[in-house]
Design a protein around this ligand. Structure first.
Ligand SMILES: *Cc1c(COP(=O)(O)O)cnc(C)c1O
Ligand SMILES: [Zn+2]
Length: 431
């Protein structure tokens, strides 16, 4: 098939050593992570921007820039999420031009992880795996389970024992083998590395990681195309393993290299939760590498990776683009979740609260000038992390089905439910 020639193979991100396309994720010489190596000259010959525009609006419209040899077979409807102008939130933050890239409505499992899983499981099929799986903080578990079910693949999914109920149920419902490990995500990840090699399974973020990670680029491609084929001046990205942030940068680089967008200066900013902030701490202290966090403690469980696999590269991308990183407390995360919902009607999960709370700090600190263009990457859905808002929203009043009771409420000034008052408080804080 012609398309095979577009991928040269894998390449070590540290020493540059080349490898054939195989289910492996690190260099045998220096343990550096492997990355997919493309032939951009061949890609430029084979596809033009105008061809892409005629295809259905899913992540696969950029298929020449994704690492499959044949046609995709898993996750055919993933991607194509809205880029929403956010004028009311912009006003609350005191900035001029703001957009939300809303992967909270990604199909089928309502997070950006559907993008990475679509590539990883399509690749798993090309490699001939019949059993797949992952180490996950929750969203990846949901996506592997759903996409594996639809593809008829067996799935083994390992998660830290203490994740949100919706993420447990939203994995088991698809018939996946879900195993809760009493330990941190980093311990789950190490166990999965042993399992992948012992049983020869395709674990999407372990031995399929170089292919998996490429799926994240599609979020960056979509942002650029939805802005009218140009790059935003600032993009704020939540970080767990630190992969997505690097792939959005890679997507912007590739679009410039292909001449699909004009070369433009942009800054990539990273967001973490204060209870697990190895990458933002390194950026703020000027360190080249992160120091692992042993026991993460945050309501943003999806981001709670103490020893991020791509931490070193995330720090480099932030530094090289002139971006910055910050982190947010649990209280700030929950407040930001309500602010996003009240101003733009988007209910994001805790990771979205992290992104918005951090964006607000970066704006206040001057790292993001108020008159420049900003895109916030919203990566997951709030219906999966409702626990985070327990005790934040007031109990709604309850009345008998009688007009007098309703009017009594109105008179007592209790008709406005708590979230509106929260917003007023936040607007006052910002001004
Ligand atoms: C996994 C995840 C991220 C971050 O992904 P990395 O590529 O590991 O940094 C961000 N947001 C949500 C909701 C996630 O599930
Ligand atoms: Zn190497």
């Amino acid at each position: 098939m012609v398309k095979t020639t577009l991928v040269r193979g894998l390449k070590c991100r540290l020493c540059g050593k080349s490898y054939a396309q195989e289910p492996i994720n690190f260099c045998s010489d220096d343990f550096g992570p492997l990355e997919v190596d493309y032939d951009y000259a061949a890609i430029a010959q084979q596809v033009r921007r105008q061809d892409v525009e005629k295809r259905p609006f899913t992540m696969w419209r950029y298929r020449e820039l994704l690492p499959l040899d044949g046609e995709p077979t898993v996750g055919l409807h993933v991607g194509g999420t809205p880029l929403l102008p956010a004028p009311r939130l912009a006003e609350a933050l005191g900035v001029r031009r703001l957009w939300i890239k809303n992967d909270a409505v990604n199909f089928p499992t309502l997070s950006f992880k559907d993008r990475v899983v679509a590539v990883a499981l399509s690749k798993a099929r090309e490699f001939g795996f019949d059993t797949v799986g992952c180490a996950s903080t929750g969203n990846l578990a949901n996506s592997v389970a759903a996409n594996a079910a639809a593809a008829g693949l067996r799935a083994y999914i390992l998660v830290p024992a203490e994740i949100e109920l919706a993420k447990i149920i939203g994995t088991q419902v698809y018939g996946a083998h879900l195993i809760r490990v009493r330990g941190t995500y980093d311990q789950v990840n190490r166990l999965c590395t042993q399992i992948a090699f012992k049983y020869g399974w395709g674990l999407v973020n372990i031995n399929l990681r170089p292919f998996y990670a490429e799926g994240s680029k599609s979020m960056g491609f979509e942002i650029a195309e939805q802005l009218g084929w140009r790059l935003p001046q600032h993009v704020v990205v939540p970080m767990a393993g630190g992969s997505l942030i690097g792939k959005i940068h890679k997507a912007f680089q590739e679009l410039q290299q292909l001449g699909w967008v004009a070369p433009q200066r942009y800054r990539v900013h990273g967001a973490q939760a204060s209870g697990c902030a190895p990458i933002s701490t390194a950026v703020k202290n000027g360190w080249d590498t992160h120091r692992p966090v042993k026991s993460p403690q945050t309501i943003a469980r999806s981001l709670a990776i103490g020893d991020p696999a791509d931490g070193y590269f995330a720090i480099r991308v932030i530094r090289e683009t002139g971006g910055w990183a910050e982190d947010a407390s649990d209280e700030e995360i929950a407040e930001a979740m309500t602010l996003l919902a009240e101003t733009e009607g988007v209910f994001a999960e805790t990771a979205g609260g992290v992104t918005l709370a951090v964006a607000r700090k970066l704006i206040d600190q001057g790292h993001i000038p108020r008159d420049e263009e900003i895109v916030l990457c919203i990566t997951g859905n709030g219906l999966k992390t409702q626990e985070a808002l327990y005790g934040v929203l007031k109990e709604a009043p309850s009345i008998a089905p009688r007009l007098e009771e309703f009017e009594q409420l109105l008179e007592a000034g209790q008709s406005t439910v708590a979230p509106v008052r929260l917003a007023d408080k936040q607007l006052a804080l910002v001004q």
